[in-house]
Design a protein around this ligand. Structure first.
Ligand SMILES: [Zn+2]
Length: 243
């Protein structure tokens, strides 16, 4: 069986600002920041050292990984900082692994959120606004975000980025058209598999998708455990772009 490993949310500031609670009443003021109430963020970005650990696990198991990078980190005031400037040592570690053939870089949006509506709210969840490609946004926004994200990633990594992983499985026709225009030929997320124009939309049947969050919370041993499990199955690893 073909299997693509995919890690999402690299460089996404949603890990800082997507703060909500699944517990009734848990969204009230500071309660959502306490561990028992916290459902998503905040958590730290993976360090360069942790990335090295991930790469040695991949080598050991003969695996490879599609890394979904959000090209811009959104600050509190809405300012956008390119991934490469915000996390230079992580970017460098990932680039080395890319040159080694261990990783594929995928586009995980420019912002992962709707800028201006991304900050935690006092009494409710801000989860909706930590998705990027809503159909209720102007079509231009889809084009601008895809183009800028592609430029940031391709300029630094010096490869063609052909896979888009829409944040939170949210995308629409405008996203697909914009993706096609800027060199993307595959969209991968939890969705129905089909083709629109020259873009293949591929569901997650052959994808093991996870977030940096699992590795931050459980440690990179979490990945090792998963790969040890897959080793007992008849798995042939591929990148998402090879599905
Ligand atoms: Zn995401």
């Amino acid at each position: 069986m073909k299997l693509a490993l995919r890690i999402d949310d690299i460089g996404a500031s949603s890990k800082r600002f997507e703060v909500y609670s699944k517990v009734p009443g848990g969204n009230i003021l500071f309660l959502k920041c306490l561990p028992a109430f916290k459902a998503w963020g905040p958590y730290e970005e993976l360090s360069a050292g942790q990335w090295e650990g991930i790469f040695s696990i991949l080598r050991r198991f003969g695996a490879k990984l599609t890394v979904s990078v959000t090209a811009g980190w959104v600050e509190k005031d809405g300012q956008l900082i390119p991934f490469i400037q915000k996390f230079p040592s992580q970017a460098e570690a990932i680039k080395k692994a890319l040159d080694e053939g261990l990783v594929e870089i995928a586009n995980h949006g420019l912002t992962h959120c709707v800028i201006g509506r991304h900050l935690p709210r006092l009494f409710s969840s801000n989860r909706t606004f930590h998705r990027e490609f809503w159909s209720w946004l102007e079509e231009d926004v889809h084009y601008e975000h895809i183009e800028r994200a592609q430029n940031i990633l391709q300029d630094y990594f010096q490869v063609k980025v052909t896979t888009l992983v829409p944040p939170g499985n949210v995308f629409c026709d405008a996203t697909v058209k914009a993706a096609e225009k800027f060199g993307i030929n595959l969209i991968n997320c939890y969705t129905e598999t089909k083709t629109i124009g020259s873009v293949r939309i591929v569901g997650e049947e052959n994808v093991f998708a996870f977030h940096d969050r699992e590795l931050i919370i459980d440690g990179i041993g979490w990945l090792e455990g998963r790969l040890a499990y897959f080793e007992k199955k008849n798995i042939e690893y591929c990148f998402v772009k090879e599905l």
